[in-house]
Unconditional design. Structure first.
Length: 455
């Protein structure tokens, strides 16, 4: 192991003994001691006590300036006063009814207006939203195949847990990736119905889609893929996908679980296309579990008993609806998002300057309220490019910052940072100050190595 990494781990252990003890306890009753594989890190995960604003405190009492923001779920920041007020008021009137809350139609109308869609159904998690979106697309088109993009993650259900973070040994050709399952337990019969294309390669995508021209139900994509870092689409890519879906008689699904709250009209507004189906989640309700399947005209008309299935006890529960209203009214305002975007531009510019001064070879990708640093000698435009990112250096960067009281981004080279509405210029200054203090330890040429799958 790199001695710099060994030293960072040792400092981490010294700072977090209670987290270490909690992990020893937790792993006896839960795999890896966590309840999402993404939360496990070496030498052990740290456990959180509380959070407020843009600060998070761990079980050992260490405080951190947080730029992860719940893996993008907290555009609001932690415990936003408007959210606390709204939820406290609603909780006194009940957490779930088993019936529709009287303000749910208002929430649905607001979502349709903001994201320029016709009808919605509410669910609870992003996984549920993309799962149901695929079902709705197949029911509407009467077709079977789904096309997704290599490296993109759309929730851990069998249909889309394909081609997520494939190793080169199983990935197939760059221009025509194989449908590699991302986990044991996924049946080949399901995998075969999900075809995989390279992101940002419209011509290769056209060729792959046309192989299933008579049986393609949907094309699903994130406007900005955020599970292989932060990859901006090239000009014309999404308009081309819109044309391709129309040509195939397929539906275009934009998975906006992450991007939907990062732009005033979501990633669809950012890339300039109108999808047939749109999924929302994460910050749409300030981190309270809520997801949305929004659709264009006619697509949800057959959803109902003995027709197209969609159900869930927790769907549109009043706490989630209340959080969504608070988010739309007070947190995800256009003014607030524009302010966060200006701060994000400052942060990204600062990264480039700090790394240039320290002789660190890296690329910074950013837009809206998020960004990431790729420790690579080339820009990253798709999964195969991402495989050349120096993952070890990404983790060193993360721990060096963490040990100085900064959570610089999500954990790992495939994550990004998020600027919440509660971050300030002073927080950006502090972020860059800490980055500058560790940058020299990150200098040198990146070491290419295959990124391990971690779903």
């Amino acid at each position: 192991m790199d001695p710099r990494m060994e030293a960072a781990y040792e400092e981490y252990r010294q700072r977090t003994p209670r987290s270490g003890a909690l992990w020893e306890r937790a792993r006896k009753v839960s795999p890896l001691g966590v309840h999402s594989n993404y939360r496990f890190v070496d030498p052990y995960p740290f456990y959180v006590n509380r959070a407020q604003g843009v600060t998070l405190w761990d079980a050992d009492g260490n405080d951190y300036l947080d730029f992860n923001m719940g893996f993008g779920s907290l555009q609001s920041g932690h415990a936003h006063p408007k959210l606390v007020e709204a939820l406290s008021s609603q909780l006194a009137n009940g957490s779930i009814y088993g019936y529709e809350w009287e303000r749910t139609p208002e929430v649905a109308e607001r979502i349709c207006e903001r994201y320029r869609m016709s009808k919605v159904r509410f669910s609870t998690t992003g996984l549920e939203a993309t799962h149901h979106a695929i079902r709705f697309a197949r029911a509407y088109t009467k077709k079977r195949y789904v096309l997704k993009f290599e490296g993109s993650y759309h929730g851990s259900h069998d249909t889309l847990l394909v081609g997520v973070k494939p190793r080169l040994a199983v990935a197939g050709p760059r221009e025509h990736p194989k449908s590699a399952p991302a986990s044991p337990g996924i049946l080949p019969d399901l995998t075969d119905r999900t075809v995989v294309a390279p992101f940002n390669d419209l011509e290769a995508t056209r060729q792959i889609a046309r192989e299933h021209a008579d049986d393609l139900a949907a094309i699903i994509a994130e406007p900005i893929p955020m599970n292989m870092g932060f990859i901006l689409p090239e000009d014309g890519f999404f308009p081309g996908l819109r044309e391709l879906a129309d040509e195939m008689g397929a539906l275009l699904i934009l998975d906006e679980i992450k991007t939907g709250a990062k732009y005033p009209h979501g990633g669809a507004g950012r890339v300039g296309v109108r999808p047939d189906l749109l999924t929302l989640g994460k910050s749409i309700a300030c981190g309270i579990p809520l997801s949305v399947i929004a659709a264009g005209p006619g697509i949800l008309d057959e959803v109902g008993p003995r027709k197209v299935a969609h159900a869930g006890t927790y769907n549109s529960n009043p706490l989630a609806m209340t959080a969504c209203l608070a988010s739309l009214d007070h947190i995800l305002t256009e003014e607030a998002l524009e302010r966060s975007a200006r701060l994000n531009a400052r942060l990204a510019k600062g990264y480039a300057e700090v790394f240039d001064d320290a002789g660190v070879t890296a690329y910074v990708a950013s837009d809206g309220v998020s960004g990431t640093v790729f420790f690579a000698e080339h820009p990253v435009r798709n999964w195969r490019d991402f495989l050349g990112v120096d993952g070890d250096r990404s983790m060193l960067y993360y721990y060096l910052c963490l040990n100085r009281g900064l959570i610089p981004s999500g954990t790992g080279p495939d994550e990004q940072w998020t600027l919440s509405v509660q971050h300030t210029d002073q927080d950006v200054d502090r972020h860059l100050e800490i980055l500058g203090s560790v940058a020299e330890k990150l200098a040198g040429a990146p070491q290419a190595g295959e990124i391990e799958e971690s779903v």
